[in-house]
Design a protein around this ligand. Structure first.
Ligand code: MLT
Length: 404
C-alpha cells in the first residue's frame, strides 16, 4: 500500500485564503442579495496597463507564425526579460545583480514555497509573526517544523520573531540563530517597512552566523519614502547571504497572468556549492518556464510607457490605502501600514478576536478582510484590509465599517 506524506496531515485547517473564500461563499449563498465588498486577499482589481496589453497582443500574434513561434522557454527565462530586470531593478540602484542571476518563474508564491527544497530538512527557519502563511506551511509540508501546539498556534522547531505594536512591527534579531530567515518588506500583512540601516543589520547577522535570508520584495513598488530599501542588495554583503523574490502581481496587476522571479547571486554558497546551481537544477528539472507571451508582457512593465502607466496604477491603490487609513482613524480605530504598502493593519475593537471581527464585518457591513490571527499568533487582535479594491468599493466599504 502506498504511503502519503504525513507531514501534510500536520497542517492545521486549510490555507488561510481558501478558508476565507469558503466562509464568504457560504455567507453569500445564504444572503444572495447582499453586495459583498472583498478587501481580504491581496488581489488586484485594475485592468492590465495598455503597454502590457499591447505587448501581449503582439506576442500572441508572433505565436501564430512559424517564423516567430516560441516553444519551451530557456531554463532561466528569456534573456530580454532577465536583462531588463537586472538593469532596471538592480543596476540602476547601484546593486550588482546580473541577468544570469535571475530566474524567471510564474510567481513569487510558488517560488517562496518551493525555495525551501534546496535546503536540508534539519535547517531551522525563522519567520516574522505575523507572516505570509506560505513560508511556514511549505516548511510544514517538508517536515521541517516539528510539532504543532494548537494552544499557542506555534511549531516547536520554528523561531518566531514577533512583530508587535511595541517594536513598530519590526522583528528583532533572534537570540537563537536560525539557518533560514524569511523577511518580507514592505511587509505582508502589517504594511510595515524596514530602513536600509536595519536591513543591513540583518545582512550582517546572516553573514556572521552563516544564515541565509529569503527576502520577499513583492511589494517594493509601493515604497514612497526615502531610506526604505527597494531590494536587499542595496545592503553591503547581501550577495553572500540573500535570495530575493520578485513578483509582477502587485506592481503590474499580474495576479491572473502569473510572473515572478528569484534572484540568487553566484557568491551565495554552502561550502563549494552555490545555491544558484541547486536552484538552476531544480528549475530545469521541475519547471518549463513562464509562457513567452507573459514574459513579453513582463518586459513591457519596464518600457517608458509601461512605467508611466504603472506609476498611476500604484498611485490609484495608494489613494485607496489613504481612504482606508484616514476613514478608520477618524472612526477611532488604531491603524498602521498603508504608507509604503497596500495593506492596512488595524487593531480590532476591544474584546473582539480577529475572527470575531471578521464575522462581525461580514455580517454587519458585508465587507471581507483578513483576520490577523490567520497570519500567526501575534496577529491576534488585528485585522488586515487591502487597498487593491476599486476606489468606489473602498469608499463604500469604509462607510459601511464606520456605520457598523
Ligand atoms: C495576500 O493576500 O496575502 C496575498 O495576496 C497572497 C499572495 O500574494 O499570494
Amino acid at each position: 500500500m502506498f504511503k502519503i506524506n504525513e507531514d501534510y496531515l500536520k497542517l492545521p485547517g486549510s490555507y488561510l485564503f481558501s478558508n476565507i473564500a469558503k466562509k464568504v461563499a457560504a455567507f453569500q449563498e445564504q444572503n444572495p442579495k447582499k453586495q459583498i465588498i472583498r478587501l481580504g486577499i491581496g488581489d488586484v482589481t485594475q485592468p492590465l496597463a495598455p503597454a502590457i496589453i499591447e505587448s501581449l497582443h503582439r506576442s500572441v500574434d508572433e505565436m501564430g507564425h512559424a517564423e516567430t513561434f516560441h516553444g519551451y522557454a530557456p531554463d532561466l527565462g528569456y534573456e530580454f526579460l532577465r536583462s531588463v530586470m537586472a538593469k532596471e531593478d538592480y543596476q540602476s540602484r547601484g546593486c550588482e545583480i546580473r541577468a544570469d542571476e535571475i530566474f524567471i518563474s510564474d510567481g513569487a508564491k510558488c517560488d517562496s514555497g518551493n525555495i525551501q527544497e534546496i535546503f536540508a530538512k534539519n535547517n531551522r527557519i525563522a519567520v516574522c509573526d505575523p507572516v505570509y502563511p506560505v513560508y511556514v506551511d511549505t516548511n510544514v509540508m517538508a517536515g521541517r517544523t516539528g510539532i504543532y501546539d494548537p494552544d499557542s498556534q506555534t511549531w516547536s522547531d520554528v523561531i518566531y520573531m514577533p512583530c508587535t505594536e511595541e517594536n513598530g512591527f519590526a522583528p528583532s534579531l533572534p537570540d537563537q540563530v536560525p539557518d533560514i530567515i524569511y523577511l518580507c518588506f514592505p511587509n505582508n500583512p502589517t504594511g510595515a517597512t524596514i530602513s536600509r540601516e536595519a536591513l543591513q543589520e540583518w545582512v550582517d547577522y546572516a553573514n556572521r552566523n552563516g544564515s541565509v535570508i529569503i527576502y520577499d520584495a513583492a511589494y517594493e513598488a509601493y515604497i514612497s519614502e526615502e531610506g526604505v530599501p527597494h531590494t536587499i542588495y542595496e545592503c553591503q554583503g547581501a550577495r553572500t547571504c540573500a535570495i530575493e523574490l520578485r513578483s509582477f502581481s502587485k506592481n503590474a496587476g499580474f495576479t491572473g497572468v502569473r510572473l515572478g522571479a528569484t534572484v540568487i547571486p553566484k557568491e551565495l554558497k554552502c561550502g563549494d556549492t552555490t545555491l544558484h546551481s541547486l536552484w538552476a537544477r531544480r528549475h530545469g528539472t521541475k519547471y518549463n518556464g513562464a509562457p513567452y507571451i507573459v514574459q513579453r508582457a513582463g518586459e513591457a512593465v519596464y518600457s517608458p510607457e509601461g512605467k508611466e502607466q504603472l506609476k498611476k496604477q500604484v498611485a490609484y491603490y495608494m489613494n485607496n490605502a489613504s481612504v482606508i487609513e484616514t476613514g478608520l482613524r477618524e472612526a477611532g480605530y488604531q491603524v498602521s501600514g498603508g504608507v509604503n504598502a497596500p495593506y492596512i493593519w488595524l487593531k480590532t475593537p476591544q474584546g473582539m478576536t480577529s475572527w470575531e471581527f471578521f464575522d462581525f464585518l461580514l455580517e454587519k457591513a458585508n465587507v471581507v478582510g483578513t483576520p490577523g490571527s490567520g497570519f500567526g499568533p501575534s496577529g491576534e487582535g488585528y485585522f488586515r484590509l487591502t487597498a487593491f479594491g476599486s476606489y468606489e468599493n473602498t469608499v463604500e466599504a469604509i462607510k459601511r465599517i464606520r456605520q457598523a
